[in-house]
Design a protein around this ligand. Structure first.
Ligand code: C5J
Length: 226
C-alpha cells in the first residue's frame, strides 16, 4: 500500500515527495566504472573507491523496490560504430584505452559489451527503465524527460557514479527541466573524494539551488525500512 506524501530529513531543508511521482535514478553503476579493467581504471583511477557505495546503494534500491517506486538505471554507452561519440569526447584525456577500444571486459563504453553492463548487485529487474546515454547527462539524447513526464514523475532521487561528472550533470539537467531532485550522499562516489564533497556542497548551496542532499538512512527511515 503506497503512502501518499512523505518527508525526509535533508539539507538544506526537509524534502517532500510522493512515491508514486518519484523515481530513483541510479547513474552508470556499470562494470566499466566500478570494476578493474574498465574505462575508469584506464583513466588511471582507483576503482575500489566506487565499489564501496555498492552495499548502501543495494539496500536503498531494494527498499525503494519494496515501496513500489519507479527505478531508472542509466548506462554511459555508445553505438558500436561510435557514431554517437564525438571526437571531442573520444580524444579527451590520456587513457590507456579509449572509448571503443578492446579491453579486458570488451570494447570500452560500447553498448552490449560485458563491461558496459550494470554490476550484478544492482542489475535492473523487469519493469525498471534502463537508459543508454551517449553523454554525461541522463537527459541528453535519451528521451528520458518524455518517459518520466508520461509517467507523471516530478521528483528524482539520485545515486550513482561519478558524483561530479554524470551524476551532477544529470541532476542539473533534471533541475532545469523542473524536477525536485535529491542526491543520496552515500549512494554516490567519485574517484576524487574532494570533488564529491564539493559537489554535495554546491548542489544544496544557496537554499538548494540544484536540489537537496541526504544520507540513504533518511530515505529508509521515511519509507519505514531500517
Ligand atoms: C565519467 C560518469 N566519469 N559516469 N562518467 O566519465 O561519471
Amino acid at each position: 500500500m503506497r503512502k501518499p506524501q512523505m518527508q525526509l530529513e535533508a539539507q538544506p531543508f526537509p524534502y517532500e515527495f510522493d512515491i508514486a511521482k518519484t523515481a530513483l535514478v541510479l547513474i552508470d553503476m556499470q562494470r566499466d566504472f566500478i570494476e578493474p579493467g574498465g574505462f575508469g581504471e584506464t583513466l588511471g583511477n582507483d576503482v575500489s573507491l566506487l565499489e564501496a557505495i555498492v552495499p548502501a546503494t543495494k539496500k536503498t534500491l531494494e527498499a525503494w523496490r519494496t515501496a513500489g517506486g519507479l527505478v531508472v538505471h542509466t548506462r554511459e554507452a555508445h553505438q558500436p560504430d561510435l557514431s554517437d561519440c564525438p571526437p571531442a569526447k573520444r580524444n579527451r584525456g590520456n587513457p590507456t584505452l579509449r572509448i571503443g577500444d578492446a579491453g579486458p571486459m570488451g570494447r570500452i563504453l560500447v553498448m552490449g559489451e560485458p563491461g558496459n553492463q550494470i554490476i550484478d548487485a544492482l542489475a535492473p529487474v523487469e519493469g525498471e527503465i534502463v537508459v543508454d546515454k551517449p553523454g554525461k547527462g541522463a537527459f541528453h539524447a535519451t528521451g528520458l524527460h518524455e518517459t518520466l513526464k508520461r509517467r507523471g514523475i516530478t521528483h528524482l532521487l539520485f545515486g550513482g557514479v561519478t558524483t561530479e561528472v554524470c551524476v551532477q550533470t544529470s541532476m542539473r539537467e533534471a533541475n532545469d527541466r523542473g524536477y525536485d531532485c535529491l542526491l543520496l550522499e552515500d549512494c554516490t562516489e567519485s574517484y576524487f573524494p574532494a570533488f564529491k564533497a564539493a559537489t554535495v556542497e554546491m548542489l544544496r548551496a544557496q537554499g538548494g539551488i540544484v536540489g537537496w542532499t541526504a544520507p540513504s538512512a533518511a530515505l529508509l527511515s521515511a519509507l519505514g525500512t531500517h
